[in-house]
Ligand binder design. Sequence first.
Ligand code: NGQ
Ligand code: ZN
Length: 454
Amino acid sequence: MRTVLHADQALLPSGWAENVVVELAEGRITAVTPNAAPVGNRVAVLLPAPVNLHSHAFQRAMAGLTERRGRDPKDSFWTWRQLMYRFLDRLTPEDVEAIAAFVQMEMLEAGYAAVAEFHYLHHQPGGGAYASIAEMSERIVNAAAETGIGLTLLPVLYQQGGCDGRALGPGQARFGNDINAFAALLQGAEAAVASLPGDAVLGLAPHSLRAVSRDGLAEAARMRPGAPIHLHLAEQAAEVEEVSAAYGARPTAWLLANAAVDPRWCLIHCTQMTPAETTGLAATGAVAGLCPITEASLGDGIFDGVRYLAAGGRFGIGSDSNIRIALAEELRSLEYSQRLRDRGRALLATAEKSTGRVLYEGAVQGGAQAGGRAAGAIAPGMWADLVALDVAHVDLDGRRGDDLLDAWLFAGDDRMVAEVWSAGRHLVHEGRHLHHDTLTGRYRATLARLRVRL
Ligand code: NGQ
Ligand code: ZN
């Protein structure tokens, strides 16, 4: 099927262009012609749509339920993690599918075309295997088949309870696989992903330096040469201490010295890095997977975006815990964290590009790289991952170019997102997903069943 779009303004690799005709066929962009006469389906503003590069779909259903003081007077990331473990322990495959479909719908409505699902909930409560070891991966795939989101599935290797090789804790039983079981899981996940449209990708994810052994990390890296490989890295101060004590080096320094970190890698969070680690990571061409809303929610710390971008570092954004699905807000939060720390303004902007432009283009390019997706630009050959904004909104009225992006990201929100295509699939129309009501209804019913106090 061929689609022709005409955009009053479009952000192309060469910059802003006007009266742009974009042709799509078989999910890809086939031609881009600026200064063209109006033909086809008209939109006001057309942008490449980003990949949400880090999600744990199931966590969406506990949003808002972890904001009270717990029994431990020192609430922290680690007490939140206990609650999260308790929550996931009662999820069935049906629950996971319904939650994943709902949150993928929200991502699409927010303007994301694709998601990299960092998927570690593999087994039954207690750790017993499902009849298919890839049962839960299949559920994520089913959700993507229903929502149409572009999926990069990242089955997670989770071997141990900490860097010292201790056994999995009771809350971690559903995640654990040894390397052979993980290889079987990857095979099952690969078969499931093969049922999706051709833009779907299978990568893999050693969970963190805490949860995989040194050998496990090395073996995982060899399993799918060239495929995206994601890892949680240097998120919390206690994690830095644990890795330093076990390995004799801070997490990022250790990884850079002991793994062949290159552009296929995506390191999630990196909120605890020294200046040398920051520039060292930037030099690898890997993507820093930043999740600013979750990192604020969990008290992780502030990524050194100013230093990292100055060193040419690549980044993308992820919604991680899914406490809020908000593309504009993720990007805005990243810049605002820098301003609060450094007491300045427009800290990620350059002489040529506004703050919003730097954030948006960076996240689109880095997201595509991290997702292993030939996307991230309105250019022939790319998957047609596109978002059109609603310029009837008062804050976008009459705005052009970088001013318009800044107005969306800093003054507006994702209610300005009108149309979204994922690899040419037109999934969001006038701000609503095709199956908005069905998916919302099923999610509500799932929540009603799960409604128990944490
Ligand atoms: C996760 N989330 O796997 O969901 C983690 C918490 C851990 C974040 N790191 C568990 N934000 O890191 O051990
Ligand atoms: Zn995560």
